[in-house]
Write a protein that binds this ligand. Structure first.
Ligand SMILES: Cc1ncc(COP(=O)(O)O)c(C=O)c1O
Length: 659
């Protein structure tokens, strides 16, 4: 059902529709409804006050020391006191540290248990979240584990060289590399950086050979192999024969011959592959490792030094909490991932006598997803509720409107389907009459309201029915409210729009209260795609979300969770909505917290200058228009001054809705 007439709600809903019969509501029921214990990974839950709380380990290591909880409402209040308005991105430094520790310690545990004879050293792919505060924290927290950085461009290499120390973790250079990139990376080897070039295409080799000869530095080389293994999920095009990066078997053989000819075969130490991000099925991960091991052993047998196996990224995040191989989930735990990878390598290598390689993985998403939450407030609601009680239809009203009104009288479980079909028919006929100018606006408005009474009446009887007849699956969803959130999908959640990514989205507070309405979320970009209508509910996906009635004048906050990977830099300036405010918070063992960083989002002048306007020139142009208006006596001098001050204040203002 589409095109329902909307009633803009300026007041709290008079009679909210119950999702279930009204009852005592507990925070445990809310936790179950929103699935927070499934996708929250032990970091997010609902506290006794009905607020979402984050629980973090505060000592060393993932389980290290104490775990403390802080309510997100407390953090929102903290932001407000510091002048950081909604929408805002909240970064939890403790969760970056915890995820780095978890990854390293899970691999360490699996290696110890299985008797693996080399070490694990992760690298964080900078592209997944390039923000300075994130890289700084990863470099700091990763220091203990020799966790390095992966770079896919010259700019990212500069970041890696600045944030790592020579004795620290590895630097893995993927992507296209020009002479400047190669010169810099080679020079970093002189300082003692462990900086690998991963050959992605055959054309890179001559540039590396020439630079290495010119600078007198022997490179640390790796090669990216194009595996035949294909994976499920959104990013399956990164895998298989048609993947865009990596060398084919023929190109690898040529590479080995060329390196041998230049007496550089001992520089080839690393085999890299990347099957794609967010791999949902552990079977695909095993398949990839097994095939890569065959290449690794073969290169060793060809005389290459080897010593490193780099698994690339792909470790998934359970966004929907289902623990399945759906695109938004993964059917394995981190421990299972580590054990399966180690076991597969050992099985493949031990029978050949080749020593175990140092294991590198480039997990980005799994490292940073949990650490960021987008927080926003609701500004307004459109509801699709009928107005008043059953409408009275005047005797002289059009026959079709009177027919529609009659449908309302006969609704029962038995007649629901027939009533629905009749209502749809009459409404369409009446809309056609209006289009042809044969009925008045008031008659159409009356008919639309009768129609809403009918569909809500049908919904009420269906809710009491034991079995819902076919054809009504989306009735409830199509009657959902629209809650307008102070955010931009395109700026803050680009993957929701681009690839229909599902993120957990829930109210941040009021969980001791039953959410009695259903809604989709619209952003403030006034773009028809600027909406979120895929949500996690009771372990499944729904097109609308249970929400609390919006009360005018009272803040109602939502959080979009697990948004730390890819979203910040992929976002765009649709409708010139800029970066949101950002707060990085560190939670201490005593439950106190500090705002380690506060960054104001873009001002309007900032975003205008991104698209090549000169804010000062815009002001100057308006000043001239206003001056002319004063001369023509259209406005007074005081009005001119007030207008220019408003314009200047707007240039300094936030691009989002300000209270
Ligand atoms: C070469 C390479 N390594 C690592 C990653 C990070 O992958 P993920 O975020 O799935 O861990 C990517 C991103 O797709 C990549 O292209």
């Amino acid at each position: 059902m589409t095109n329902l007439p909307a009633n803009r709600m300026q007041k709290p809903a008079a009679k909210p529709r119950p999702i279930a019969p009204p009852a005592e509501w507990t925070v445990a029921e809310s936790a179950e409804l929103y699935g927070i214990r499934s996708w929250g990974a032990g970091y997010f839950d609902i506290n006794q006050n009905g607020d979402v709380a984050v629980t973090v380990p505060t000592g060393n290591g993932p389980a290290g020391g104490q775990r403390v909880s802080v309510s997100l409402m407390e953090l929102i209040r903290g932001m407000k006191h510091r002048g950081l308005q909604m929408p805002a991105l909240l970064r939890l430094d403790n969760l970056l540290e915890a995820q780095i520790a978890l990854l390293n310690e899970s691999f360490g545990r699996a290696m110890k248990t299985l008797g693996y004879q080399a070490r694990y050293h992760g690298v964080f792919p900078i592209k997944v979240n390039q923000q300075c505060a994130v890289i700084e924290e990863i470099a700091r927290a990763g220091g203990r584990y020799g966790h390095g950085l992966e770079c896919g461009s010259k700019a990212e290499l500069l970041i890696a060289l600045a944030y790592l120390q020579p004795g620290d973790g590895h630097i893995i250079c993927n992507g296209y590399k020009d002479e400047e990139f190669i010169d810099l990376a080679l020079q970093s080897l002189r300082l003692g950086f462990k900086c690998f070039f991963v050959l992605e295409t055959p054309t890179e080799l001559p540039i590396i050979l020439e630079a290495s000869r010119r600078l007198g530095v022997r490179p640390m080389l790796g090669v990216r192999v194009k595996l035949a293994a294909e994976v499920e999920g959104h990013w399956n095009e990164s895998s298989g024969d048609r993947s865009i990066f990596g060398l084919t078997t023929a190109q690898i053989v040529e590479l080995v011959d060329a390196l041998r000819e230049h007496q550089l075969l001992d520089c080839l130490q690393l085999l890299h592959y990347h099957l794609g991000s967010q791999i949902p099925n552990i079977r695909d991960i095993r398949g990839g490792v097994l095939e890569a091991c065959r290449y690794y052993v073969s290169l060793r047998q060809e005389g290459a030094a080897m010593g490193y196996l780099d698994l690339g990224g792909g470790l998934g995040v359970d966004y929907d909490g289902s623990q399945t191989n759906s695109n938004h989930s993964k059917n394995y735990s981190l421990d299972e991932y580590c054990t399966d990878v180690i076991e597969t390598i050992m099985t493949a290598l031990d029978r050949t006598g080749v020593e175990h390689p140092v294991l590198i993985s480039e997990s980005g998403r799994a490292t940073v997803a949990y650490s960021s939450i987008l927080l926003f407030n609701i500004l307004d609601v459109t509801s699709y509720e009928p107005q008043g009680s059953a409408p009275v239809v005047p005797e002289d009203e059009h026959e079709l409107v009177r027919n529609l009104r009659e449908v309302l009288e006969g609704i029962s479980i038995k007649t629901a389907k027939e009533c629905y079909n009749d209502a749809m028919f009459y409404r369409q006929e009446i809309r056609d009459l209006f289009r042809r100018g044969q009925i008045r606006l008031r008659s159409l408005s009356l008919a639309e309201n009768i129609f809403l009474h009918i569909v809500w009446g049908i919904l009420a009887v269906l809710q009491k029915a034991k079995r819902v007849p076919a054809g009504f699956d989306d009735l409830e969803e199509s009657l959902a409210d629209i809650y307008y959130g102070n955010f931009s999908v395109f700026q803050s959640l680009p993957d929701v729009w681009a690839i229909e990514q599902v993120f957990p989205i829930i109210p941040v507070h009021r969980h001791a209260e039953q959410p009695t309405r259903r809604a989709i979320l619209a952003d403030i970009t006034c773009d028809s795609d600027g909406k979120v209508d895929r949500f996690i509910e009771s372990g499944g996906l729904r097109r609308s979300l249970p929400v609390h009635p919006f009360v005018e004048g009272e803040p109602y906050y939502f959080g979009v969770f697990l948004v730390g990977a890819y979203q910040e830099t992929l976002g765009d300036l649709h409708n010139l909505m800029g970066d949101t405010n950002v707060a990085s918070v560190r939670i201490h063992a005593d439950g106190g917290f500090e705002f380690a960083r506060e960054m104001s989002g873009d001002s309007i002048a900032d975003v205008l200058s991104y698209v090549e306007y000169q804010p000062q020139r815009l002001l100057e142009q308006l000043r001239r228009t206003a001056e002319l208006a004063v001369r023509n006596e259209r406005i007074t001098l005081a009005q001119r001054q007030a207008l220019l001050e408003s314009f200047s204040a707007s240039l300094r203002g936030y691009t989002y809705y300000e209270d």
